[in-house]
Write a protein that binds this ligand. Sequence first.
Ligand code: AMP
Length: 213
Amino acid sequence: MQIIIFGSPGVGKGTQAKILAAKLNIPHISTGDILREAIKNQTELGKKAKEIVDRGELVPDDIMGGIVKETLSNPRCSSGFILDGYPRTINQAKILEEIFKTIKKEKHFLIKLDADDEIIIDRLTNRLVCSKCGNILNKSEVKENFSCPVCNSSNSYAKRADDDESVIRRRLKVYHETTAPVFDFYKDKAEIIEIDGSLNIEMVTDEILKQLK
Ligand code: AMP
């Protein structure tokens, strides 16, 4: 099953993608995670991407297209995948359609999550991420000398560099101006599932699974 999970930063794409990947037994491909890993390891890609990601802007389409093509062509994606954070521009969507043709995976679902910007800003300014396993928690859940409930690492929760309020506002502006129009591109190309992303995590998952069936 090929799934694109779509929506603004902080709407819950990553959280839902992780849950769905485990339930459907398909890999979760997050372009944001791929970039953050490259930045951490200071690879050539990481060096090119760091400042762009820190500013909340978009990494150029040709770089992203190459990463996605290589990733989706890997045999581990042969029985499907859930793609999170891509495409973010119409041009990326066109590149993805070509990739789908090449890997012979033309049927896909697009799950769109929606929530108001004020909810998003509140979620992202209070979000902490485990630096070891990527699990996400609200600041209020992380106590002193805290161990990650997923991977057990201690004191591993930190704010993402781009979860600073001015950067969040820039990411939302980029989303509304450049990424939101990508949804129209898919109206006649994918099976669309639209979900209210302001609901709690379990309710969003249940709704998605109900509509995927
Ligand atoms: P995310 O984790 O999806 O919120 O992505 C974090 C950041 O990585 C974004 O704000 C962009 O700077 C960059 N990024 C991730 N995916 C893409 C993409 N498809 N195109 C361009 N930049 C991206």
